[in-house]
Design a protein around this ligand. Structure first.
Ligand SMILES: Cc1ncc(COP(=O)(O)O)c(C=O)c1O
Length: 408
């Protein structure tokens, strides 16, 4: 049976060109970059080339990139590092309610250490405004951390404007750009970003390697003490194959930026139109325009997301009903709840995330399989029978009792 992978926000398939660069580094480039002989110099050169490739994707200087073990590590390093370097106990941090758990749980940890955290609300589309950020600033605010793009609903935050507010008030800005890097035009200078997290496995690189951009001059204690690698911030002999792979993935993301985004956006809109046309009682989650070009997130009302995912999987389709970290738990997504969805609607959410490799045939396959699955699951729902399907004329798409199309 064919498999259609539509969970690229969870992770992506490695690009063969990235794999090749990584394999060569693993096989041939084994020197320790800290040593002085030829093998070491070759390794050091590759490491710095990879650093430059990462920097180029986000408009940073090469020396401002620190390799990490992924996005979560970069997020932890940014928040805990800034808290330690700039915050006396009682320092204040501003973030949003829709951040990834790598940010939320780190903030909760910092609260236990005596820091004060403001979790800004979002509107129905998942947006936090620069005005709200401005209003939350206090004399003791040391850091603002707002994600560039949301991993569940794909909403893109106004980071440039938030960056202007942060700069005006001389407060450091961190952004979790794990979902945004490679998908959105990011320029840390233009956007006034002081710290930024990204990871390789969301852009067709391997898992377990990422980077933290740390603006020159921003202070931070070491995350890992030891041999002083990564400018002393993260000790340990470098993961050279991982760094080389991340560098290559960044280079490819930059080179394919226009083409990939145009392709995914076209298919995303085709997919959304198809869902709205074929399934009644569907709500789009996230912003209609300010969203990642590869993200579709809808709530199919009167349906349990988990049941839908299992049935899709049986038909060869991989999808998600929230972030991978929260599936397996029965709690509805904190992102959807923060956007004001009720529990039932949040439970019926379906996230489909595309890649540059996704084809129209794959989307057509999904559009063939999903409507009968939704229909089957709704047939088993007493609430659906009582509320929605009562007229029994679902096929009459213009029937007032069975709204079809984009719900307001
Ligand atoms: C927005 C966001 N931040 C952080 C992470 C964590 O990245 P990693 O899996 O590389 O630790 C993810 C991964 O799902 C994410 O989507």
């Amino acid at each position: 049976m064919q498999r259609v992978y539509l969970d690229n926000a969870a992770t992506t398939k490695i690009d063969p060109r990235v794999l090749e660069a990584m394999t060569l580094a693993l096989r041939d480039n084994f020197g320790n970059p800290s040593s002085i002989y030829a093998e070491a110099r070759t390794a050091k050169k590759s490491l710095e080339e990879a650093r430059a490739q990462v920097a180029a994707l986000i408009g940073a200087k090469t020396e401002e990139i620190i390799f990490t073990g992924g996005g979560s590590e970069a997020d932890n390093m940014a928040l805990r590092g800034i808290a330690e370097a700039y915050g006396k106990k009682g320092g204040h941090i501003i973030t949003s309610k829709v951040e990834h758990h790598a940010i939320i749980h780190t903030c909760e940890y910092l609260q236990k250490q005596g820091f004060d955290v403001t979790y800004l609300p979002v509107d129905e589309f998942g947006l936090t405004t620069p005005e709200e950020v401005k209003a939350a600033i206090r004399p003791d605010t040391i850091l603002i951390s707002i994600m560039y793009a949301n991993n569940e609903v794909g909403t893109i935050m106004p980071i440039r404007e938030i960056g202007a507010v942060a700069r005006e008030r001389k407060i450091l800005l961190h952004t979790d750009a794990v979902q945004a890097a490679g998908h959105i035009d990011i320029d840390v200078e233009r956007d006034n970003i002081d710290l930024l997290s990204l990871t390789a496995h969301k852009i067709h690189g391997p898992k377990g390697v990422g980077a933290l951009y740390l603006r020159k001059g921003v202070r931070m204690p070491p995350l890992i003490h030891g041999g002083g690698q990564e400018r002393g911030f993260r000790a340990g002999t470098e993961n050279l194959p991982g760094a080389v792979a991340l560098g290559k993935a960044c280079e490819l993301a930059a080179a394919g930026f226009e083409k990939n985004n145009a392709h995914m956006k076209k298919l995303r809109d085709y997919l959304l139109d198809g869902i709205f046309e074929k399934i009644p009682y569907v709500k789009l989650n996230g912003h209609p325009e300010k969203r990642l070009s590869n993200n579709v997130n809808v709530s199919i009302r009167y349906i349990e997301g988990e049941g839908m995912l299992l049935r899709l999987d049986m038909d060869g389709i991989s999808a998600s009903s929230g972030s991978a970290c929260t599936s397996g738990s029965l709690d509805p997504s904190h992102v959807l709840l923060a956007m004001g969805l009720d529990h039932a609607t949040a439970h019926g959410s379906l996230r489909l995330t595309l890649s540059p490799e996704t084809t129209k045939e794959e989307i057509d396959y999904l559009l063939e399989k999903l409507p009968p699955i939704a229909g089957f699951l709704r047939e088993m729902s007493p609430v659906y029978k009582a509320e929605a399907g009562a007229c029994g004329r679902q096929e009459l798409k213009n029937c007032a009792a069975c709204p079809v199309g984009r719900e307001k």
